[in-house]
Design a protein around this ligand. Sequence first.
Ligand code: SAM
Length: 219
Amino acid sequence: MPRPYIDASHKTRRPRMSMLKRLSFVTEHPMIYRAWQAPFARAKFAPIFRHNDLSQVRRILDVGCGPGTNAPMFRGHNYVGLDFNEDYIESARRNHAGEFILADACMYTAAPEDRFDFILLNSLLHHINTPDVRRMLNRLAGQLRPDGHIHILDLVLPEQRSISRYLARSDRGDYPRPFNEWRRLFSEFFEPIVFEPYSVRWFGCSLWNMVYFKGSPRS
Ligand SMILES: C[S@@+](CC[C@H](N)C(=O)[O-])C[C@H]1O[C@@H](n2cnc3c(N)ncnc32)[C@H](O)[C@@H]1O
């Protein structure tokens, strides 16, 4: 007797995950992460160099510093890296100059005399859901000196189908956001000074669409 056809696909179907996303746990290892990011680190950082004179910066907090990817850009400065991943912090301490703190950025408070005039968040917030982004930005606003600035570099989710959109959706971070969503989020906590889209390219091809935000504390 023919068996009745039962469509059970709704029980087994999962959201499709790209191959890159499935492999993303590999890049969590500090050495692999460093090697994967090294060719792109300067390109990601370009707007910071373009809009700021780093020789004027006094004290830097690099939030979500990973294994110290950005530390070489601040050699010779009063640089503090902060991350809640113990392996990354240990690796950063072994390989880079500066102070490295193991802490959750949503909970971190610096003493008033230790506050920062340059707070950097590079490629961090697209790993974090929106309520936690708000908690973190609110907390960090309190760690800035009145004349200080926050500098955020993050991954944009392009609206149109493209390699950049595929790479954004395949990223380890689950929350790449469209340009205007980033703008709204950042502006809730900081007075915007620069809000600039840019892309990280490889052999002429645009790989990642990014945004650079520079903001000052709201009075
Ligand atoms: C994609 S990595 C970026 C690392 C580095 N900023 C860079 O430019 O390569 C994101 C980092 O943020 C850290 N992170 C995520 N949430 C955090 C939190 N709440 N507090 C501190 N670090 C956090 C992760 O451990 C990871 O090292």
